[in-house]
Ligand binder design. Structure first.
Ligand code: MEV
Length: 309
């Protein structure tokens, strides 16, 4: 039976994670680590040769329940470490939805983004569409910010997220993975509890929103000094929200002497940080010296796409 394969990139959040869950702006960039899914219609439902355990594969199960009838063999491979803050679950959702749509002869970025957000939301309980939209579209996306090329709108729970494509000058960054797996759902829930009970937390979320608006201007004009300073400030605000960790702070501090700025990226708690730099080799050395795994990345990565077998 005919197989279909699609892949989708991981992502980093440049600014605005957590605050984006409450409808504030965010900036996200696709990275050149990818998740790949090959699907083949079948008599049973299996992943990588094993009958699917729905508890172990909640994103996949949700997508199959909503968008597939009958049996299916799914083969996956990924270069995105899971629980790394680099969008592995979003890339899984984007690549599986793209492969399923391709098997029906269709391809519609907006529909893939909607379906992928829905899978993240239902599985995590609380989410914004930033990770899934960044994975589906690739490149750099802005959420709830003026000035880009509008892509799509996604609404849920009284929030609306307006997603746009923005052109940015080529930039080099270094990701530092702590090696500590930190699932997004519990961290989003932790911030939600703080936000619901504290005006101080709401003020911090607002401050992250304003900072992200300023950072979008610095990003578009290629002002790396300004952008870096705002990334470092964003890290401090995320620490106040309680989502940094000793390991993340260590990698951020180690990178700063060779960077324009650095911050945790994604949900935090463990996972990864990112540094904006023109000395990537020095940052890589510093990250390795402090126990992290570095990856040099640059902008301009493609989004979800169908691949020929
Ligand atoms: C995780 O990559 C980003 C968060 O803002 C969660 C979300 O937006 O769904 C922490």
């Amino acid at each position: 039976m005919a197989s279909h394969t699609a892949s989708a990139p991981g992502k980093i959040i440049l600014l605005g994670e957590h605050a984006v869950v409450y409808g504030r702006p965010a900036l996200a960039m696709a990275i050149d680590l990818r998740f790949r899914c090959k699907i083949t219609p079948s008599d049973s439902v299996s992943i990588n040769g094993w009958e699917i355990d729905r508890a172990k594969h909640p994103y996949t199960s949700h997508i199959l329940n909503e968008h597939w009838s009958g049996g299916i063999d799914i083969e996956t491979s990924s270069t995105i470490p899971s629980g790394s803050g680099l969008g592995s679950s979003a890339a899984l959702c984007a690549s599986l939805n793209a492969a399923i749509m391709a098997s029906g002869g269709a391809s519609d970025e907006e529909e893939i983004a909607q379906r992928s957000f829905d899978a993240e939301l239902k599985t995590q309980g609380s989410a914004s569409p930033v990770d899934t939209s960044a994975s589906v579209h690739g490149q750099v996306i802005a959420v709830n910010l003026q000035g880009g090329r509008p892509l799509w709108d996604i609404s849920h729970g009284g929030n609306n997220w307006n997603i746009s494509h923005i052109d940015v000058p080529r930039m080099t960054m270094v990701i530092g993975h702590t090696g500590i797996s930190a699932p997004t759902g519990p961290l989003v829930a932790k911030v939600r509890r703080y936000y619901d009970h504290s005006n101080f937390a709401k003020d911090i979320v607002d401050e992250i929103g304003s900072l992200t608006e300023d950072a979008a201007l610095a990003l578009s004009s290629g002002d790396r000094v300004g952008l870096g300073a705002m990334m470092t400030e964003n890290h401090k605000l995320l620490s106040i929200l309680g989502v940094s960790s000793r390991e993340l702070d260590k990698l951020v501090d180690a990178s700063l002497p060779y960077s324009f700025g650095a911050k945790l990226t994604g949900a935090g708690g463990g996972g990864s940080m990112v540094a904006l730099t023109d000395r990537p080799d020095r940052v890589c050395e510093a990250i390795e010296r402090h126990g992290g795994t570095p990856y040099i990345i640059s902008s301009g990565q493609p989004g979800a796409m169908v691949e020929m077998d």
